[in-house]
Design a binder for this molecule. Structure first.
Ligand SMILES: CC(C)(COP(=O)(O)OP(=O)(O)OC[C@H]1O[C@@H](n2cnc3c(N)ncnc32)[C@H](O)[C@@H]1OP(=O)(O)O)[C@@H](O)C(=O)NCCC(=O)NCCS
Length: 482
């Protein structure tokens, strides 16, 4: 009976549409439709039972109402496509430049609560991992989903150590760069070049093969990074020493001269903790780049080189380099108030402050500040630290920063530490890339295993010219600009 009433209502609707303007008809019908559904005991909205976990949308262009499911506090953007003005309409889309409010995947790797300053890898708080775990343990955790027991860890470490060497042609490749090549440019080129050395990496459908490539990249990244460091100093390359642990081997490959390098355990542990703090940060710019490029089913090395490229940018991994430049420019503590004034006037940016996700103190920045104290105890105070501390002190009291929830981020102090350790500023982002590697690998694997994922392909709102006739060259007029 109820369905008969509904059916006759829908039929009569299509015949009346011919006589009145669309919007008016739709509005009238939506009103009566609502009443009818109500009378039929179904529900007022859209004719479907309204669940608590749903969103009801009325399209004021047509007066039609839709109910979209809400899962995990999100609606599916694709569900909006049913919202059309007429049958030829493509359907409604969302406009979200820079993906400010779009979840592009489901992920079980890293949890961030930006308001409360929480960061966890696979459920473990970053503070505990930074205090207790080695970098390779964290790399295992991110990639395998659980902390390894001793046997699993030994096997994992052994596998990594088996793959630390690079093909000697990689050395020739790196030697081809100019003496002053930016080490991050060298790193990104060498990571992508690995795809030519391991053509088997194209077989991304085979889980064992994917595992092998992930191990390869994690093992070779420090070797490539160290070679880039040595190249810029004109020093011969030091080959991996597999008796050393992951970070110890890297430090040895960067600083050893004539086998005389005596590593400082405090500095080495500090570097390891910095790697742990950088190991993953869910869907940031570089990780999204790895996922987007990887979604084309290209090999791992090519996908990760996209991540390295993204990290190279000053708004992402390059910010710690920019912090040092800014501190150099400020020069002394006395100049801090004037600098802050310029920031508030919108003339400058306070580099190392602000974060897309953290709207309170970045938990990593808190830990890094502590590491800085331990490092400067060993190396002597970096004079720029005083300027940084004063910048932070004033900024945290100023309404401009407080009202915008701008706090120090991971990059504010990390550059000072790297500098105290002896790394040049243009090398900081390479260190960030080494730390982020396990995260990129884990996110790539997760993306490939996710049945919801297809090749990444955003939509656009076209703002260009309408169709126009082609004009032959001789008939084109150069526009004259004043
Ligand atoms: C990280 C960053 C890109 C995040 O940007 P975002 O989420 O898009 O934030 P917005 O650019 O919308 O900033 C919001 C407001 O704060 C201001 N702001 C953000 N970061 C600022 C900074 N570092 N110094 C001064 N003002 C800043 C913006 O000008 C904007 O002000 P407005 O509302 O008056 O226009 C941004 O904070 C930044 O550029 N920081 C410096 C670079 C850096 O340290 N990057 C490392 C990130 S780990």
């Amino acid at each position: 009976m109820k369905s008969a009433i509904l059916f006759s209502f829908i039929i009569s609707r299509s015949s009346t549409i011919l006589l009145l303007p669309d919007v008016l008809i739709n509005a009238i019908y939506s009103f009566f439709e609502g009443l009818l559904y109500f009378a039929c005991g179904i529900d007022v909205f859209g004719g479907l039972p309204v669940s608590n976990d749903s969103l009801t949308i009325t399209d004021n262009r047509t007066g039609r109402t839709y109910e979209l499911a809400i899962n995990d506090n999100t609606i599916r953007a694709n569900d909006l496509r049913q919202i059309k003005v007429d049958a030829d309409d493509f359907g409604l889309m969302t406009y979200d430049p820079s993906f400010m409010s779009t979840a592009a995947c489901r992920s079980a790797i890293t949890f961030i609560d930006g308001e409360r300053g929480i960061l966890r890898y696979r459920g473990y708080p970053i503070e505990q991992l930074a205090e207790k775990s080695s970098f390779l343990e964290v790399a295992y955790l991110l990639n395998e989903g659980a902390l390894p027991d001793q046997e699993q860890f030994d096997r994992w470490t052994d596998k990594i150590k088996n793959h630390t060497y690079v093909h000697t042609n990689i050395i020739k490749f790196l030697e081809g760069f100019r003496y002053d090549a930016h080490p991050m440019g060298m790193m990104l080129s060498a990571v992508s070049a690995l795809s030519t050395f391991y053509p088997d990496a194209k077989n991304i459908k085979d889980p064992e093969n994917r595992y092998l490539q992930r191990v390869r990249l994690l093992a070779k990244a420090p070797t490539i990074a160290a070679f880039a460091f040595r190249h810029s100093r004109g020093l011969p390359f030091v080959f991996p020493d597999n008796d050393l642990d992951y970070v110890g081997n890297f430090v040895n490959m960067t600083f050893s001269i004539g086998g005389r390098h005596k590593p400082n355990p405090v500095l080495q542990r500090a570097l390891e903790v910095l790697f742990v703090l950088h190991a993953d940060h869910e869907q940031n710019c570089s990780t999204s780049a790895v996922r987007a490029v990887g979604s084309s089913h290209v090999d791992l090395f090519s996908a990760v080189s996209a991540g390295v490229a993204a990290l190279y940018g000053p708004l992402h991994g390059g910010a710690n380099e920019a912090v040092i430049k800014m501190l150099d420019e400020i020069g002394s503590v006395q100049n801090v108030p004037n600098f802050i004034k310029e920031v508030k006037e919108g003339k400058r940016k306070l580099m190392g402050f602000g974060h897309r996700v953290y709207k309170s103190y970045d938990p990593r920045a808190k830990l890094i500040k502590r590491i800085a104290d331990e490092v400067f105890d060993q190396t002597g105070l970096n004079p720029k630290l005083k300027i940084a501390l004063e910048l932070e002190r004033i900024a945290l009291e100023e309404d401009y920063f407080v009202s915008r929830k701008l706090y120090p981020n991971v990059d504010f102090y990390s550059g000072l530490i790297y500098q105290a350790m002896g790394y040049p500023t243009d090398y900081f982002t390479v260190l960030f890339a080494l730390g982020r590697m396990p995260g990129w690998l884990a996110q790539w694997e997760e993306m490939l295993l996710d049945d919801d994922q297809k090749i990444a392909r955003p939509r656009q709102i076209y703002t260009g010219s309408e169709e126009r006739p082609y004009v032959p060259m001789e008939k084109r007029k150069t526009s004259v600009t004043a």
